[in-house]
Design a protein around this ligand. Sequence first.
Ligand code: PLP
Length: 407
Amino acid sequence: MSQPNTIYFDNNATTRISPSVFEAMVPFLTEHYGNPSSAYRIGRTVNSAIETAREQVATLIGCQPKEIIFTSCGTESDNTAIASALQTTGRNHIVTSTVEHSAIKSQTEHLERLGHGVTRLPVAADGTLTVQQVEQALRPDTAIVSLMWANNETGVLFPVEEIAGLCASRGVLFHTDAVQAVGKIPVNLAASKIDLLSISGHKLHAPKGVGVLFARRRKVAPLLLGGSQEKGKRGGTENVASIVGLGQAALEACEKMDEENTRVRALRDRFESTVLRLIPHTGVNGHATQRLPNTSNIAFHAVEAEALLILLDQYGICASAGSACTTGSLEPSHVLRAMGVAKEQALGSLRFSFSIYNSEDEVDRSLALLPGIVSRLRAETPSAAALKARMDAGENITAGLNLEFKA
Ligand code: PLP
């Protein structure tokens, strides 16, 4: 199923569908084609598969199946949580952070333009923030506090359980974008004060285009108005095969959680510590321990991350740079900039994110390449534009690279 010779270290961008997830989905793309809202047998079969998936997801996050609302993606779940809070509370103010994913960032910017109050909490140099910061930001008109559980770029974790406790004691709704957390670290909503929580299927080996919004006691106003699907909380015929896939992925995530926290963590730690040891002028962005077990965001001094990505891609290694290329110029990651990382360092930072499908051998092979690639770029062509120009001129940019791994 995987591309030959691909070493995929970009599991925070998306994950491969697990074989058992694919298998579980196929019947719902073929023989079980009924509409789950139909009363006849083939509809009822499909409906009961959705209910099984609901139970599987509920087990993964320790909530009641009836508190699970299936959506089309993490972005829809995030948008629904905030829009619903504004509507149900009639209040006007949102507390969030400077390092949220664009799913929250773009929505809160839009709401601000419409006249809503938005407080964006700053983070420390290691990407963390405190409960006290949240406490100081609360206002009588605060409708919702929305803070991510785990940052997609650095893996840094926010103390969401404590923040949820604070919000509950102050009568303010608390939402967490847990898209990067669910499946990687234990989440148990039974003993939690979190009101709303977002999940995205494709981050935990289920397909793209399916998500979940957990809403305590289903207290949520729908974003999509339509039929009575999801008990009227989300209109639109369900993406049945993907929902079934997400259920299976949740089941597997329960079984593989220990592996994520031991083997995957060990892979990440070995990769990271070896890079720091072998390559001078490198450092980790984000808190050393208050972090997801699978994520490593590494700054390579005096190299453009885009150039590094191009060369890594020549060897089939996939990682990602937080920076985005807008109108020809590189924009540094807003997350790293919010942590106070200098622009040059942010532009030289790469995220490596691992999964249970990665192996020791892949880590060894990439560690064999990385030091040579970085020193060549530093010596010859630190910028992505210059590297692209050399490639366009027909030069073999990987010729003569030192590929020896000396651990
Ligand atoms: N929130 C976080 C933290 C994410 O990392 C992502 C995806 O990268 C999303 C939300 C959006 O999820 P989706 O791609 O399912 O819309």
